[in-house]
Design a binder for this molecule. Structure first.
Ligand SMILES: NC(=O)C1=CN([C@@H]2O[C@H](COP(=O)(O)OP(=O)(O)OC[C@H]3O[C@@H](n4cnc5c(N)ncnc54)[C@H](OP(=O)(O)O)[C@@H]3O)[C@@H](O)[C@H]2O)[C@H](O)CC1
Ligand SMILES: [K+]
Length: 493
């Protein structure tokens, strides 16, 4: 499947370089601003055809320039328009100065704006160029607008959202709708930025897309175009061994449910055979609940060595309900040493908190065979320095973690980021809020394990697994449980 333009993500600085390259290639940069402002105007008029007054808030850079274009175009459409500016507008430069000079709407200082009933706000204070926390006057205006409940349409980004990280820089508008240009930016998808954007519309303002592609940023919105070619196809005659064998390790008798959820999900995701490897004391509990999934007692290191003699057992899930002791570390080391593919989740991750390097060393060689699925707390246990570095975005963190661990990393959340050691990364956007339910992570680990068992490479399996998990949740509806989620996993081909 071709990469759709909707799936590209550029950081604001990369977009700035694309702008510069467009100007250098002879494209009229004011023409781009004009198209940007006109697109904002069209969106505003479409969303609020009966708007009583359009209030355009303009900042000191080109985002403000887009605002001056929009103010002029809104007035030309016959609407009532008011305009407020941050800073001294006579200091505007370049295209923004041109846009202001062509805008006949009288402007007043931003601090004098108090929302009136019926106002629709066009937020053109800061976009890609936000460089630090917003000034106090913007904090005040954001608060006034919030309190008045006035709808906001944001130009490029809601002012106050860092387009690279999605962080709120002091304060940020909560927009009803955001109009961005050429590609979305990571801050439109990463939390909390996503929650400030409302619906997001990406407008082609006429920059040749080859200039975007030339940035080669390896960052996309997660979707089938990223991994469909690697998704195993099955036909009715495929032998079950050729569809792979997934093994999920069960916890002790009191903690077996998580492994069974993962096992059932792995089967639904297409693994030909799935075994739950269980401590003997948990055989009865597991046997009472398993049908298509097989069961095998594996307690000691020797048991595991015996189990691993069958080389068709290629893919494993370790972590859900497993416990965090030395057994987890020993089992993981044995799996790594025998070339197995592993989804390490939950307790399996925490088991390496004291010595993450032992895990990274075990899987250091060759193509990535490890998929790590940490949520925020687990991520910080394995990668405390990355978790603590405020300069890093969630994408940066996941990428650096993947490189360090030679693993595909699924940094989970409502804005899961999946990264590969070679720098590829995707941000997931199809997970409904209902997915935050007990056992949901176990199901994800199982899906990814099921895809690994079928021979899918680690990054593709991880990205596909997260997406299929989100799709299943959407189909399962708002009252989903981990069990109903499994029933909606669809291998999508
Ligand atoms: N292809 C495109 O996407 C196009 C986008 N356009 C629009 O241009 C903006 C980006 O414009 P830029 O001028 O780079 O950036 P901004 O307008 O967002 O902001 C820069 C100015 O804001 C000042 N600034 C930054 N942070 C703060 C802050 N916290 N407090 C006060 N002032 C701040 C900054 O000043 P410095 O002192 O940091 O230099 C700048 O003055 C993009 O978002 C689109 O809307 C073009 O219209 C066309 C193509
Ligand atoms: K803005």
């Amino acid at each position: 499947m071709a990469k759709g333009r909707d799936n590209w993500l550029l950081t604001p600085s990369a977009m700035g370089e694309v702008d510069a390259a467009a100007a250098a290639s002879g494209i009229d940069s004011f023409g781009l601003m004009e198209k940007a402002g006109q697109a904002v105007t069209a969106a505003v008029l479409k969303l609020f055809p009966g708007g009583e007054r359009f209030v355009v808030l303009c900042g000191p850079g080109n985002n403000g320039g887009d605002g001056y274009v929009a103010a002029r175009a809104l007035q030309e459409s016959g609407a009532a328009v008011a305009l407020y500016h941050l800073g001294d507008p006579s200091k505007l430069k370049g295209d923004a100065a041109t846009a202001r000079s062509r805008c006949p709407v009288p402007a007043e200082a931003l601090e004098t704006y108090f929302p009136m009933r019926g106002d629709v706000i066009v937020d053109a204070i800061f976009g890609a160029g936000l460089a630090r926390s917003v000034p106090p006057v913007v904090v005040d205006i954001v608060r006034r607008v919030d309190e008045a409940g006035a709808p906001v349409v944001a130009v490029d980004l809601p002012s106050g959202i860092d387009g690279r990280t999605g962080t709120v820089m002091g304060a940020a508008f909560k927009a009803r709708h955001t109009v961005t240009f050429m590609t979305r930016k990571p801050g439109h998808l990463l939390l909390p930025g996503r929650l400030h954007c409302g619906s997001v519309e990406t407008v082609d303002i006429g920059i040749p897309f080859r200039l975007v592609e030339a940035k080669d940023v390896h960052l996309f919105v997660n979707g089938p175009q990223e991994w469909l070619a690697a998704l195993p196809t099955t036909d009715a005659t495929a032998h079950k061994f050729r569809r792979g064998h997934l093994t999920v390790f069960s916890g002790p008798a009191t903690a077996t449910g998580a492994a069974r959820l993962a096992a059932a999900a792995g089967l639904r995701a297409g693994a030909g055979l799935v075994t739950v490897a269980t401590p003997p004391d948990a055989i009865a509990a597991n046997a009472a609940h398993l049908t298509a999934v097989m069961l095998k007692a594996v307690e000691t290191g020797n048991d595991l060595d015996d189990y691993l003699r069958d080389e068709r057992r290629t893919a494993f899930v370790l972590g859900p309900g497993f416990g965090v002791g030395p057994k987890a570390r020993a089992f993981v080391t044995a799996l790594a040493a025998t070339g197995r593919h592993l989804v390490l989740d939950a307790d399996g991750i925490t088991a390496f908190a004291e010595d993450p390097q032992a895990l990274f060393s075990a899987f250091a060689d060759g193509a990535p065979r490890l998929v790590l699925t940490p949520h925020e707390g687990e991520f910080a246990r394995l990668f405390p320095d990355l978790a603590d570095d405020p300069a890093l975005s969630k994408v940066d963190r996941a990428r650096q973690a993947a490189a360090r661990a030679n693993a595909a990393v699924v940094y989970k959340g409502a804005d899961s980021v999946i990264a590969a050691p070679d720098g590829r990364a995707v941000i997931n956007e199809n997970a409904p809020a209902s997915l935050a339910t007990a056992g949901s992570g176990d199901v994800l680990a199982g899906i990814v394990g099921g895809l690994l068992a079928q021979g899918m490479p680690a990054f593709e399996a991880a990205a596909a697994g997260v997406w299929l998990h989100g799709e299943a949740a959407s189909k399962a509806g708002a009252s989903l449980t981990a069990e109903t989620l499994i029933n909606h996993i669809d291998r999508w081909h």
